[in-house]
Ligand binder design. Structure first.
Ligand SMILES: O=C(O)C1=C[C@@H](OP(=O)(O)O)[C@@H](O)[C@H](O)C1
Ligand SMILES: C=C(OP(=O)(O)O)C(=O)O
Length: 417
């Protein structure tokens, strides 16, 4: 069961390649709605984008950076957090005037902290609708030289990642602090820092992990191969538990910065047997038992995990996920509304979900244009006869082949049990 490449890594590499001093080669680039939006955004800035189809079905993208266009430009962010948060700082680096908009559902996703930070650095932001939301126009023609910013990252880690990704391209480099309070999805910030370091950028992190410093002008062109998307591997691996079958995922990295690397510990705690072979194949076996779990900071894994908790033999609590209310949809509200349809009792608090399994029954599950609600529904459908998922096509955000991959996996998981 080979899963497509990581969205988070692909869109980080693409932004960084656009800011490097020479061309970069990104092998196994994810081609999905979120990364197409990023590729289009870079092309709008005048960055050279060449796609090379490989015999194994993967796509290599060669990025040729140059003088970024000053605009006026217009960028469609779709529903992609990585585009709506990572591209505005690129406008700041370019000194450009850029209009940003996205899907209707994107217009309620939080943006203010990253835009306020750009305003502190000298950009002018004009909001066409509500302040701090899409659509807006950035005029970055008069940026300040010196860059010291404080960001409230309780709503999204992407506010911090967005600034870190462009830090070395700002004239004075970057000195960044997180404002007091929680930091959302901290694993994704660690991914950004590690990615920068692997590409040769020296990122100084304060001892309390709430401050970052980057000196200017350090990034050369690079060649990388994008890891498989381990978050998107989740529904497939969870299917092994749901069917008491076996699922194998090749090219599982021995070390990773992806939050999806945590699936191994999560599924093992819930009753699976998991083994990573020397050949890089992760093998997960369902044992017929699915235990409940108390888990903090599941981040983007939460919708799939919540669906698995519905199939467990005891209650579960997923905490530290309040900021998921600002994801593709309000995921806490969506899960609280949908999971009871198949028999669970679900209580959402400000930052947690409590899930009590009950007698299972068929239902139609809404996806709210959220790819992870759709894949969570698919997982329920594997265990409960008669479940139907509305708008499975929303999986195109990060995994356009999901329906075909899922059918192929479902046919073999039981057979291999
Ligand atoms: O930086 C990234 O690639 C991501 C960060 C996280 O966002 P939040 O911090 O908003 O949860 C995660 O949920 C999202 O899917 C991808
Ligand atoms: C929150 C997610 O995406 P985004 O990058 O749009 O924030 C996600 O993929 O679960």
């Amino acid at each position: 069961m080979q899963v497509p490449a990581s969205k988070s890594l692909t869109n980080r590499y693409l932004i960084l390649a656009a800011l490097a001093s020479s061309p970069s080669t990104i092998r196994n680039t994810l081609i999905s709605r979120d990364t197409e939006l990023m590729l289009r955004a870079l092309a709008e800035f005048g960055v050279g984008v060449q796609r090379i189809a490989q015999d194994d079905g993967s796509t290599t993208v060669v990025i040729t950076p140059g003088q970024l266009a000053a605009g006026p430009l217009s960028i469609d962010c779709g529903l992609a957090g990585t585009v709506m948060r990572f591209v505005p700082p690129l406008a700041a680096v370019a000194g450009a005037t850029v209009a940003f908009d996205g899907d209707e559902a994107a217009r309620v996703r939080p943006m203010a902290p990253v835009l306020d930070a750009l305003a502190d650095l000298g950009a002018r932001i004009d909001y066409a609708g509500a302040a701090g939301m899409l659509p807006f126009t950035i005029d970055a023609s008069a940026m300040k030289q010196d860059a010291e910013v404080v960001i409230d990252a309780s709503g999204s880690s992407q506010f911090i990642s967005a600034l870190l990704l462009v830090g070395q391209a700002l004239p004075g480099g970057l000195a960044l602090r997180a404002a007091p309070g929680p930091i959302a999805s901290p694993d994704h910030i660690a991914m950004t820092v590690q990615t920068l370091r692997e590409l040769g950028v020296d990122v100084q992190v304060d001892a309390d992990a709430r401050g970052w410093r980057i000196a200017p002008g350090q990034l050369k062109g690079f060649t990388v191969t994008v890891e498989p998307d381990l978050s998107n591997a989740g529904p497939f691996l969870a299917a092994a538990l749901a069917t008491a079958g076996t699922v194998r995922v090749p090219f599982w990295p021995a070390k990773t910065t992806q939050v999806g690397g945590k699936w191994v510990e999560i599924l093992t705690a819930m009753g699976a047997q998991a083994e990573l072979g020397e050949d890089g194949v992760l093998c997960v076996r369902g044992t017929g038992t699915i235990r409940g779990i108390d888990y903090a900071d599941a981040s983007e894994l939460a919708p799939t995990l919540a669906a698995l908790c519905v199939l467990a033999d005891a209650p579960s609590t997923l905490s530290g996920i309040g900021h998921l209310r600002g994801h593709e949809t309000d995921r806490l509200a969506a899960l609280e509304a949908e999971l009871p349809k198949v028999g669970a009792r679900v209580t959402a608090t400000a930052d947690a979900l409590h899930i009590v399994p009950g007698p299972l029954r068929a239902a139609d599950i809404e996806s709210y244009e959220d790819h992870r609600m759709a894949t969570a529904g698919a997982l329920l459908g594997l265990a409960i006869d008669g479940v139907r998922v509305q708008n499975i096509a929303t999986t195109a955000k990060t995994m356009p082949d999901f329906p075909q991959l899922w059918s192929a996996m479902a046919a073999t998981a039981k057979a291999q049990g």
